[in-house]
Design a protein around this ligand. Structure first.
Ligand code: TXA
Ligand code: MG
Length: 328
């Protein structure tokens, strides 16, 4: 039986829509130690009870991810922050107040419940409150059952492209998830690329991974100067410098100079003859939300190469260029 047939059969039980009773069922599944993939405003996450070592170890197994790569703990609100973090600086509280729920992950000094199996052995923990209704309801229901937080990396195989819809989660992980694991379907992710990660363990915030929340937004919001990850390498952030976010097709930056290749660029770039246009977004925000689906479409069409013209400028364009540099 092919992978897809198997998942078509299981689909009714495995992919569940976001009705309240189904979200409750998913929260119970998390409590029982199963995995639940769920939508966020950035990308889909593969969730497990962040205090359950066995459940968390399945995340690593299913993703094929090295165990020293830390996981972001998702919580339902800022009121849960102190359970996971200690010595939280004033500027981090400001960031949390201004951007949570939202696409911002704060790296903080860990409290005792953040064990090594979550932090990759570091004394810091990554925390985020996602801004997506299904995700928030799931986290709230999970906390009602006594849960403290949901560890969730992007729901893709290690190094591959993050999923931005439930079907993409099946493509990535369908063959390796258990029949008791669940995928919550919340449609397409609004933002489409992963959260901004900010190290808040020093006097000044530092951007470890750019995203929708930009350097300017951070500086304005917390009244502190930030330095970006590209300017400093002081913190160990596993996975950041490796080849990452890659589709199967080879990615080449620039205008196509071959035929029968894929092409992604803003809509003002014309498509050359005999080139397959995979996305033509009108602006950087649409670019972010369409990019990973365009990569997947290229792979589904069996393209061996995709040419990509990165968007110029500031804002989310910085994050898009960051991801594109990592896949070439
Ligand atoms: O938008 C997102 O952040 C998505 C959604 C699901 O929330 N999650 C996500 O997780 O992108 P992941 O695991 O694919 O990427 C998280 C990055 C990894 O590079 C990891 O090394 C870093 O965050 N990270 C997590 N906890 C950390 C910690 N305690 N210290 C340093 N880096 C950390
Ligand atoms: Mg990831």
């Amino acid at each position: 039986m092919s992978k897809l047939n198997k998942w078509d059969d299981l689909r009714m039980e495995t992919i569940i829509n976001s009705a309240k009773h189904e979200i409750k069922k998913a929260a119970q599944s998390l409590m029982d130690g199963h995995l639940v993939a769920f939508p966020t405003e950035t990308v889909y996450g593969l969730g497990a009870d962040a205090t359950n070592e066995k459940a968390v170890s399945r995340i690593y197994a299913v993703k094929g991810r090295p165990t020293d790569h830390p996981l972001i703990v998702h919580i339902s609100s800022i009121s849960q922050l102190d359970k996971w973090a200690i010595d939280v600086p004033e500027y981090a509280i400001k960031l949390a107040k201004n951007f949570w729920p939202g696409p911002l992950t704060l790296i903080l000094n860990r409290n005792t419940i953040a064990k090594n199996f979550i932090t990759g052995g570091q004394d810091k923990v990554g925390l985020r409150v996602p801004n997506q209704m299904t995700a928030l309801l799931l986290l709230q229901e999970f906390e009602k059952l006594g849960g403290l937080g949901v560890a969730a990396p992007s729901a893709n195989k290690f190094g591959a492209v993050s999923p931005t819809c439930a079907e993409a989660v099946i493509d990535e992980l369908g063959g390796v998830m258990d029949s008791k694991d669940l995928i919550l379907d919340g449609g397409n992710c609004r933002i489409g690329i992963e959260s901004t990660i900010v190290d808040c363990t020093q006097e000044h915030p530092r951007i470890l991974r750019p995203g929708w929340v930009t350097k300017n937004m951070i500086e304005e919001s917390c009244d502190k100067k930030v330095s970006s990850r590209l300017e400093t390498k002081q913190i160990r952030v596993p996975g950041q410098l490796e080849k990452h976010y890659t589709p199967k097709a080879k990615i080449q930056l620039g205008f196509p100079n071959e035929v029968n290749v894929g092409f992604i660029a803003l809509s003002n770039f014309k498509t050359p003859d005999s080139v397959i246009r995979l996305a033509s977004p009108n602006d950087s925000h649409s670019y972010a939300s369409e990019l990973y689906a365009a990569f997947r479409s290229g792979d589904a069409q069996g393209l061996s190469k995709i040419f990509v013209i990165p968007p110029e400028g500031e804002g989310i364009a910085v994050a898009i260029r960051d991801r594109l540099i990592r896949c070439v």
